[in-house]
Structures are given as structure tokens and as C-alpha cells.
Design a protein around this ligand. Structure first.
Ligand code: NAD
Length: 359
């Protein structure tokens, strides 16, 4: 039996998370594998209830679970709190840290049915299906930094610091992800300028002998940004350090044209965290308009990466694809000639397809 901590959070979180939980319940019924769901407060909802964005009971529950399913957190009612008390800062960052999550996985897939939502031309973006593996706990955001006054004026610095061990663990993980996909790994760095990137590149070269079935290429980050918009279908798995990954993954998210479709996983410790990449969408909260598919696809990643249920993950993804192929859309991805449905109905349609596929 797997224990799943369920943290709906704020805004549309309490609408989209139950749809993903119901999908997991159906998977449990079909597979005979039991999931124990335990819900807890996080973010603004937790601040309102008990004054803390990440209450100790919530953290404890997460630490004792096999996986965490998170909706989204934050909203205008908490925007005026001091920075360190805001839901995102006070809940997400400590949660990632406490769970030891050093890898962020963001799949980007352009579905044929949604291809016209992409800002890129159909022929450029067709067939796009890749995963960005971003290092999450090292590099520029965590290295020594300082702002100081000197006799010649004020100055500030941040340091892109990586140990070989930090690079090895993320690169190993990326090779394993590539092994389960189309076996092509693009390692992204700036080795022509940065010494930390040279260590990164050498480490990838050393480790690739352990994964002979995976084809490796190295790409400079500036070129990679260009290639992601010129020929996104070229990529299978990209691995990169924290800052480069932060920027490239936002660039890549735009390719699909619909933020409500993109899932993510953060891995590293014994408990992994799964969440859609979008925020709490306060503008549509409580109106049954939110797209639950990114959260449902995050649950599919949970099946694959936390429970080793590869086939079940595929079935969930296939169910999503079929619902889109049949022309059903939430308002954010609606197009002329499609049938617009609400959050709950979209969840129900995915479960109906899943039921059919897994008869
Ligand atoms: P957002 O992602 O919440 O919304 C941006 C736009 O996309 C909005 O128009 C919204 O309606 C739409 N959208 C987002 N998700 C959707 C979905 N599933 N279905 C349909 N439409 C969807 O970003 P924002 O407006 O910049 O931020 C709102 C709040 O969310 C802020 O408080 C922000 O700090 C927080 N936030 C949280 C996370 C997180 O929990 N990891 C991430 C980003 C932003």
C-alpha cells in the first residue's frame, strides 16, 4: 500500500486535485494496488487556519508518505504578507528542502489535438515530446552570495557552485529517465565560459559509459534556447543545472500553448512531490472552469516514478489523449468546433476513458 499526502492548497487547487485523486482511485481499483490518501493544509489555506503556510503536521505527513500530490498555492489575499511569510516562500521552498528534492522533471508534450494552441507553427512544433531534468538544490541560487559596499562603490555577487557529487546524482537520474524513453540525452551547459560547466560536461562524459544505450549530446545553453523554438521535436531528455533549467523550462512550457496541461515531478529523497506547473489561478477559482489535466498528468508521473507503475501511468496519459481527440476541452484550451466542459466533467471523461482502456 502506498501513502499519498494530498495537499490541495489554494485557488483552483481544491477543484483540480480531487479529479486527480479520483483517477488514482480508479487505478487502484483496476490494479489491486492500494493507495491511502491523507489530506492536509498548505499555503494560504493553512495560514488562515493556523497561521503557518507549512504547518508541522503537514510536513510530518509528507515525510511519512511515499508521494505528495500538490495543487497550487498563493493568491491575492496573501500577497501583502512579508516575503518570508508568503505562501510560496514559506511552504514550497521548505517543503522541497525537507523532502530533499534535488531534481525537477518537466515533461513538455504538444498534443496533436491542441497543436493550434502553440504560438509556434504547426510544422515546427508537431511531434514535440521531451522532458527537462533540472537540478534544483545547487548552483547560483544556493552558492555564496553577497551585496556589499566597497571603497569603489557597491557590488554584489552570486556563485554558481557545484560539487561533483551533486552533478553525478542528477546526471544519473537523467540517464535513467532517458533509458525509459527514446534514449537521447542532451546535456546543457556553458562550458565555453564557466568552469562549473566544464566539471558538469566532464562528469556527463564519465557517466555515459555506464549507459551505453543512451546517445549523448552536449549543447550550450544559449544555443539550446534557440533550438527549443527552432526544432523542439529534436529533444528527448535534457539535463541541466538550476538556473539554466529554470529559464529553459519556462521557455519550453510556452511551446504547448496551454499552461493547464503541464505536469511536473520533483524527485530526490524517499518522498517525491507531484504538482501542475501552473499557479492557483485566482481569476477562475471556484467556477468549475479550471483545467484538471496537468494535475491528472502529474498523478500519472507519480504512478511511474514513485510506484514503478509504468503501464498505469501510460494508461492515464492515453485516457487524457483520447478525451482531447474526442474534442472535449476546458475553457482555457477551447477552440472552435470543440465541446467545452468544466473541471468536474473533464475529470469524469478521463476516468471513463481509463475505464474503457483498462477493461
Ligand atoms: P497562474 O498560473 O495561477 O495563472 C496564469 C493564467 O493561467 C491565469 O489566467 C489562469 O486563469 C490561467 N490558468 C492557470 N492554471 C490554469 C488551469 N489549470 N486551467 C485553466 N487556466 C489556468 O499564475 P499567476 O496568475 O501568475 O499566479 C496566481 C497565484 O499562484 C499567485 O499567488 C502565484 O504566486 C501563485 N503560483 C503558485 C505556484 C505553485 O503553487 N507552484 C506556481 C505559480 C504561481
Amino acid at each position: 500500500m502506498y501513502k499519498i499526502a494530498v495537499l490541495p492548497g489554494d485557488g483552483i487547487g481544491p477543484e483540480i486535485v480531487p479529479e486527480a485523486v479520483k483517477v488514482l482511485e480508479l487505478v487502484s481499483q483496476k490494479s489491486g494496488i492500494k493507495f491511502l490518501f491523507q489530506e492536509a493544509l498548505v499555503g494560504g489555506a493553512a495560514i488562515d487556519a493556523c497561521g503557518q503556510a507549512l504547518p508541522p503536521e503537514t510536513l510530518q505527513l509528507c515525510l511519512e508518505s511515499h508521494a505528495v500530490l500538490l495543487g497550487s498555492i498563493g493568491g491575492p489575499q496573501w500577497d501583502n504578507l512579508p516575503h518570508e511569510q508568503r505562501p510560496e516562500t514559506a511552504a514550497l521552498l521548505p517543503l522541497r528542502k525537507q523532502l530533499g528534492l534535488y531534481a525537477n522533471l518537466r515533461p513538455v508534450r504538444v498534443y496533436d489535438a491542441l497543436i493550434d494552441a502553440s504560438p509556434l507553427k504547426r510544422e515546427v512544433v508537431a511531434g514535440t515530446d521531451f522532458v527537462i531534468v533540472r537540478e534544483l538544490t545547487g548552483g547560483l541560487y544556493f552558492g555564496p552570495q553577497k551585496r556589499e559596499k566597497t571603497p569603489s562603490g557597491e557590488r554584489a555577487y552570486d556563485t554558481m557552485l557545484y560539487t561533483k557529487e551533486e552533478i553525478e546524482r542528477i546526471v544519473h537520474l537523467a540517464f535513467k529517465v532517458a533509458r525509459g524513453r527514446r534514449r537521447r540525452l542532451t546535456s546543457v551547459d556553458k562550458a565555453n565560459v564557466l568552469v562549473s560547466s566544464r566539471l558538469w560536461r566532464e562528469t556527463v562524459e564519465e557517466l555515459k559509459t555506464l549507459y551505453p544505450e543512451v546517445e549523448v549530446e552536449h549543447m550550450y545553453v544559449d544555443n539550446c534556447a534557440m533550438q527549443l523554438v527552432r526544432r523542439p521535436a529534436h529533444f528527448d531528455v535534457l539535463v541541466t543545472e538550476n538556473t539554466f533549467g529554470d529559464i529553459l523550462s519556462d521557455l519550453a512550457a510556452v511551446l504547448s500553448g496551454s499552461i493547464g496541461m503541464l505536469p511536473s515531478a520533483s524527485l530526490g529523497g524517499k518522498t517525491a512531490l507531484y504538482e501542475p506547473i501552473h499557479g492557483s489561478a485566482p481569476d477562475i477559482a471556484g467556477q468549475d472552469k479550471a483545467n484538471p489535466l496537468a494535475t491528472i498528468l502529474s498523478a500519472a508521473m507519480m504512478l511511474r516514478y514513485s510506484f514503478g507503475m509504468e503501464r498505469a501511468g501510460e494508461v492515464v496519459e492515453e485516457a487524457v489523449l483520447r478525451v482531447l481527440d474526442k474534442g472535449y476541452r476546458t475553457p482555457d484550451i477551447a477552440a472552435p468546433g470543440t465541446t467545452v466542459v468544466g473541471t468536474r466533467k473533464m475529470g469524469e471523461l478521463v476516468r471513463e476513458e481509463l475505464d474503457r482502456i483498462w477493461a
